[in-house]
Ligand binder design. Structure first.
Ligand SMILES: Cc1cc2nc3c(=O)[nH]c(=O)nc-3n(C[C@H](O)[C@H](O)[C@H](O)COP(=O)(O)OP(=O)(O)OC[C@H]3O[C@@H](n4cnc5c(N)ncnc54)[C@H](O)[C@@H]3O)c2cc1C
Length: 421
């Protein structure tokens, strides 16, 4: 049977593999982690709303009923195009007839001095746990030595007011007001600040002006300091420096400002576009290599009008499925078809009973209806019944009790192969 190798068990790779389950091909799904991460809920892990295991699902477990799909945990280092083999860190090359590259994206710091060393990104499950530890540790430190609040120990600056920045800001103020204020009776939690810094003159750049305004006003009414038109010049261990020369004393800079294609894209010797995304044909195959496809955040897939599709979960899901269907067609000797993204809309949650949603057919929601739509959609897209149930129980608990369960502060394990990305 033809051998298909898929790189990445994110939304795109996972859906490509699912689409090929039961087909007349042998599939090997490769990922550096042995789990799929549901990135849209990482911010809830970082703000003690959910447990890490609620937003991750063991990759092998997803394919128990698919005998033609196997999983291999390995770091991909490159592709030998002549030999049609995937180069791995820990085992011999993996030979393929068809290849799907779905390695996603990563955080970019735009070369801003100090950002890569001092800022905390939120891209992987490990990032989310590290951020949660850091936030809780800052409160523990302030409990022991209250004077450090003057130096910004409880000032949490988020850079970037896209959906991730807005969601983190909203969730942090709720965590402080509803939970940590009760936990830390000796700390004046009202002195904790959440500052959202954005260089544009609005939050949620991809949304309509009405939704942007709604989000900004809601954040401000909940105590977030929204700093629009503010450009970050440097990040230092104890302060954030703006291009106006102003300093914000802080020991916590959360980086939600930008993404770039996975570094693997730079190693493959392929044409790249904005943000390092790999150039693809309309059917998502590589130019001149009809046996290899690039999907999800890694691909520079374009609409018929030539616009780059956004780096969003629904695009990744649909493009992964599309590539898998093209492989089936090629195996059956049929011609391939172009990829067309069916727009599922965009959403961002701001906090308790508050969100904005812009859905197909011009439907725009805000407040509680948008929040309900957001909750429902995220539950539907989560992988695994157990994860859905656990998230639902946690959300119900948090909502009804104004509490957060998983605020366990544990020391990070030393770096090991088991603790990668
Ligand atoms: C914090 C956050 C919040 C988000 N919120 C939303 C949202 O609300 N709605 C929405 O639509 N989108 C959201 N997104 C975007 C969405 O998650 C991505 O568009 C989507 O995950 C892209 O899927 P993908 O499969 O291309 O990549 P990913 O999901 O990133 O998967 C890539 C996989 O490749 C693996 N990998 C990478 N490099 C290697 C390597 N060298 N070797 C082996 N394996 C490798 C990784 O471990 C990972 O499992 C969010 C993203 C983030 C980071």
């Amino acid at each position: 049977m033809p051998r298909v190798v898929i790189v990445g068990c994110g939304f795109a790779g996972l859906n490509a593999a699912r689409e090929l389950a039961g087909a007349a091909v042998d599939v090997t799904l490769v990922d550096r982690n042995n789990f799929h991460t549901f990135q849209p809920l990482l911010y809830q892990v970082a703000t003690a709303g959910l447990n890490p295991a609620d937003v991750a699902h063991a990759a092998r477990g997803i394919f128990h009923d698919a005998p033609n799909v196997v999983f291999r945990r390995a770091e991909v280092r490159g592709v030998d195009w002549d030999a049609r083999a995937l180069l791995l860190d820990s085992s011999s090359p993996l030979v393929f007839d068809y290849l799907v590259l779905a390695a996603g994206a990563t955080t970019t710091f735009f070369g801003i001095p100090g950002a890569d060393q001092c800022a905390l990104p939120l891209y992987t499950l490990r990032d989310a746990v590290r951020l949660r530890n850091h936030v809780l540790a800052q409160f523990e430190r302030a409990d022991l030595v209250p004077e450090i609040i003057e130096d910004g120990a409880l000032t949490f600056v988020i850079v970037g007011a896209g959906p991730t920045g807005v969601e983190v800001a909203g969730a942090l103020v709720e965590l402080f007001e509803m939970v940590l204020a009760k936990d830390f009776r000796e700390v004046d939690v009202r002195r904790a600040r959440v500052v959202l810094v954005e260089m544009a003159d609005h939050v949620l750049g991809t949304f309509s002006p009405k939704s942007r305004d709604h989000a900004r006003r809601t954040l401000e009414s909940r105590g977030v300091e929204v700093r629009l038109g503010s450009v970050v010049k440097a990040v230092e261990p104890n302060r954030l420096v703006l291009d106006t020369g102003e300093h914000i004393p802080t020991q916590t800079v959360i980086w939600a400002a930008g993404v770039r294609a996975n570094p693997l894209a730079d190693l493959l010797g392929l044409a790249q576009e904005r943000g390092g995304r790999i150039t693809v044909e309309p059917g998502l195959s590589l130019p001149g290599r009809t046996f290899a496809f690039v999907v999800g955040d890694l691909a520079a897939a374009r609409s018929p009008k030539g616009e780059l599709y956004p780096q969003l979960a629904p695009v990744a899901i649909q493009s992964g499925r599309h590539a898998a269907r093209q492989i089936r067609r090629l195996v059956e000797g049929r011609p391939t078809t172009p990829f067309r993204y069916k727009d599922k809309g965009i959403m961002a949650t701001i906090g308790r009973r508050s969100a904005v949603a812009e859905l197909p057919l011009g439907v725009k929601l805000s407040g509680t209806p948008a929040w309900m739509a957001w909750l429902g959609l995220h539950l539907v897209y989560l992988i695994g019944f157990r994860n859905r149930l656990s998230v639902l129980v946690n959300w119900a608990w948090n909502y009804l009790t104004y509490d957060r369960g998983p605020r366990v502060l544990f020391d990070e394990p030393p770096d090991s192969p088991g603790a990668r990305g």
